[in-house]
Ligand binder design. Structure first.
Ligand SMILES: NC(=O)c1ccc[n+]([C@@H]2O[C@H](COP(=O)([O-])OP(=O)(O)OC[C@H]3O[C@@H](n4cnc5c(N)ncnc54)[C@H](O)[C@@H]3O)[C@@H](O)[C@H]2O)c1
Length: 342
């Protein structure tokens, strides 16, 4: 039995990851550490409340005393806790630096002073956004793990700060740190400020979908189960100090994605509301995941289009109570500020 600390485990990717670790494997005991920020939802973890292999600690990754206590007795750490939404980082970058850069350094330090001193692994879950943007003119170009870090948003800059500390803690202290850089995720339990659940739930509510700029920005979409398996594969088979790109070779422009969602839900073009582009909006992300395939034996298997999108849309249709409770209160204020109301 391996006891693994999962930071950010009450968020979208974290809760899907915890579910895979507890349901698909019997050799993990999971301790979730999460500050329960606006995007967290303990309901996602409710099925495991009585599972003796699951426990929960409410704490900030920057809280030295709490994290030092939490890492005791752990055999590994999967570090996902972060402020995760680019639009919010444009509104206010400061919490991003605190959680994503400083919080990561604090966790690395606690691990170094704790079980990490015995060579036990910590996986830092980063993002392909640290590489910056590719142009639309060169469709064959992809980021590899040795591409330079050229983050363009406060979100990606703060995540890149975490990447650099992960690298430094390996290089300087010999900490067994590995980093994953994954592309855009979709699937169940995603906070509806992100484009897929935002568009799907708006359409179910009879609202238009706010599409940024010309809609030509391209993202490589990966199902959250594929990302979770990539993180677990990194923990189990990754080499200390290495970085692994995780992507699904599933590039779609935002306009293509919007049309696909409209079609699945039986709506037409008239439900698109074009809104001014996001400031500094990265044009295209695409990554080469061949290193994860060769070194970890990992490959995306649940991200195939349009099936994976259809099953995700079906999940939001079947789980209205989950997102309706999320899309209220402070969320409405955020939405009005971001998109100028309904
Ligand atoms: N969503 C994507 O497409 C994507 C792609 C690649 C990488 N990632 C990375 O995966 C991780 C999880 O992303 P997500 O989409 O699940 O985000 P999310 O916003 O749904 O979840 C983040 C979780 O972290 C917690 N958290 C935030 N700050 C914290 C802090 N200081 N201390 C403790 N807990 C804190 C939140 O309460 C929340 O439960 C992030 O590190 C993100 O950068 C996300």
């Amino acid at each position: 039995m391996k006891r693994v600390l999962v930071t950010g485990g009450a968020g979208f990717i974290g809760s899907n990851l915890v579910a895979r670790m507890l349901k698909e494997r019997d050799h993990y005991e999971v301790v979730v550490l999460d500050s329960l920020s606006y995007s967290a939802n303990l309901e996602n973890l409710a099925p495991f409340e009585d599972d003796p292999r699951y426990s929960f600690i409410r704490a900030d990754v920057g809280d030295d005393a709490a994290v030092t206590e939490a890492v005791k007795g752990c055999d590994g750490v999967l570090h996902l806790a972060a402020e995760s939404h680019v639009d919010r980082s444009i509104m206010d970058p400061a919490p991003f630096v605190a959680s994503n850069t400083v919080g990561t350094q604090r966790l690395l330090e606690a691990w170094r002073r704790g079980p990490g001193a015995d060579g036990l692994p910590l996986v830092y879950v980063s993002t392909d956004e640290v590489y910056g943007s590719l142009s639309l003119d060169n469709p064959d170009e992809r980021f590899t793990e040795s591409s330079p870090l050229e983050p363009n948003s406060a979100y990606s800059a703060s995540k890149a700060g975490g990447d650099l500390f992960a690298r430094a803690y390996h290089h300087t202290f010999g900490l067994n740190v590995m980093t994953t850089r994954c592309s855009n995720n979709f699937g169940p339990f995603q906070f509806p400020e992100k484009v897929i659940p935002l568009f799907v739930t708006n359409l179910i509510e009879g609202e238009k979908v706010p599409l940024y700029g010309d809609g030509k920005n391209v993202r490589d979409w990966i199902h959250v189960d594929d990302h979770a398996e990539g993180i677990i594969a990194t923990l189990e088979k990754g080499r200390p100090g290495e970085v692994y790109n995780l992507g699904a070779d599933n590039e779609r422009s935002n306009l293509e994605l919007t049309h696909a969602i409209l079609e699945i839900l039986g709506h037409g073009e008239e439900m698109i509301k074009y809104v001014p582009d996001r400031l500094g909006h990265d044009r295209r992300y695409a990554i080469d995941s061949s290193k994860a395939a060769s070194d970890l034996g990992w490959k995306a298997q649940w991200s195939a289009w349009p099936g994976a999108l259809e099953s995700t849309v079906a999940w939001y249709k079947d789980n209205e109570a989950w997102w309706r409770s999320v899309k209220s209160g402070a969320y409405r204020d955020y939405y009005a500020k971001q998109y100028g109301g309904r």
